[in-house]
Design a protein around this ligand. Structure first.
Ligand code: SF4
Length: 360
């Protein structure tokens, strides 16, 4: 039986090692287009390559970086994917449709939420992804592979990609940037830069580093508390990069790039949904001209946090709006399919080796 190395994947390997004929420079472009724009799942589908070329590539490089282990469909048509990687790790993505326009002239926008790491070391108290610690970073091909597989299953490319799945994307910066390059470059998947959003729990040095990076994307800060006192309790990363330092890094980012940032704020009943937190959040948002997305918490099995009552959610949002902050309440879709990221994987990986957690 032929043995095939699980890694490297074709997209993670320098083109010089693809062993393409030197007198056929166009082959690289052809192969990339099959993978990144036509979402093929086997080399046999690359019909403009010769049979020997296809089998030479197939004998050396696994083509698919992620394969579906489980797909859960929600009543609201959200789909959650559990991907199996080459080393039998699991990560998750969620495909969220949104209807645009009036009935009769309706189109559907697809947003794919992707993972950047297997597990997460940052241990936010309310999050299922951090429950089991960090195992490893995803390669660029494994990040993009989630988009390619979801596109194949959906029958088209997602309109938006958001790095809000498992893992802290800025803790995997080189692979994240290579993946975004593949997502937005015309020779890659060709998405518009404003359709790719990185969400961070607050790695201030990396935010400053990105301020001057030429690659285009949108930045969302997962703030989830507006004072150090509360943030320290629910996000250990805050003890390493407290709010003063974090918001100063965001200032640098905004000044350098002239781009708006977003605050993501998960509302946890009795923890961060008080009028005082709303007033402080409004101050931060006004200072940075940030738009706030409020996300009522999705219950995670085994964790003690609850979603606030509807009245408390609306009061919190109204406080922001009255202060002149742009704020919306984002209803998490897929409540019936373990929508909080990490839950599906936790169920699948009962016998995992010990993982790493950063407590700072
Ligand atoms: S919220 Fe994000 S950074 Fe925090 S533990 Fe979960 S995946 Fe990691």
């Amino acid at each position: 039986m032929r043995t095939m190395p699980l890694l490297p994947l074709l997209l993670d390997t320098p083109v010089a090692e693809w062993n393409l004929p030197p007198d056929q420079p166009w082959r690289e472009k052809q192969i990339r287009a099959w993978i990144l724009q036509r979402f093929v799942s086997s080399y046999d589908e690359m019909t403009d390559l010769s049979a020997p070329q296809r089998s030479s590539l197939a004998s050396r490089f696994r083509l698919r970086a992620a394969e579906p282990a489980r797909i859960q469909g929600s009543e609201d048509t959200t789909r959650k994917f559990l991907w199996k990687l080459g080393d039998s790790s699991f990560v998750e993505s969620v495909l969220i449709p949104a209807n645009l326009g009036k009935s009769g002239n309706r189109s559907t926008r697809l947003t794919l939420c992707v993972s950047s790491q297997v597990g997460c070391a940052y241990g936010c108290r309310f999050c299922a992804s951090g429950l089991d610690g960090w195992r490893r970073n995803l390669t660029a091909a494994e990040i993009v592979g989630q988009v390619l597989e979801a596109a194949r299953i959906a029958g088209r490319r997602p309109d938006n990609v958001v790095f809000m799945g498992m893992g802290e994307p800025l803790a995997n910066l080189p692979n994240l940037l290579s993946a975004i390059d593949l997502l937005i470059s015309p020779a890659g998947i060709g998405m518009g830069a404003r359709h790719v959003t990185i969400s961070t729990s607050g790695l201030a040095p990396q935010i400053e580093e990105l301020a001057h990076h030429p690659l285009q994307f949108r930045l969302a800060l997962s703030l989830h508390a507006a004072s150090d006192e509360i943030r320290d309790k629910i996000m250990p990363v805050n003890r390493r990069y407290p709010l003063d330092q974090l918001l100063a890094a965001c200032d640098t980012f905004i000044q350098a790039r002239k781009k708006m940032i977003f605050f993501e704020y998960i509302l946890l009943a009795g923890i961060n949904d008080t009028p005082e937190q709303a007033r402080l959040l409004a101050q931060h948002a006004k200072r940075l001209h940030a738009k706030v997305n409020l996300i009522p918490y999705n219950k995670v099995e085994g964790l003690p946090y609850e979603r606030p009552e509807e009245d408390a959610i609306h009061l919190f949002c109204r406080t922001l709006l009255h202060a002149g902050v742009r704020a919306t309440v984002r209803r998490e879709k897929g409540n019936d399919i373990d929508a909080a990221c990490g839950q599906l994987r936790l169920r699948e990986e009962k016998t995992a080796p010990p993982a790493i957690r950063i407590e700072s």
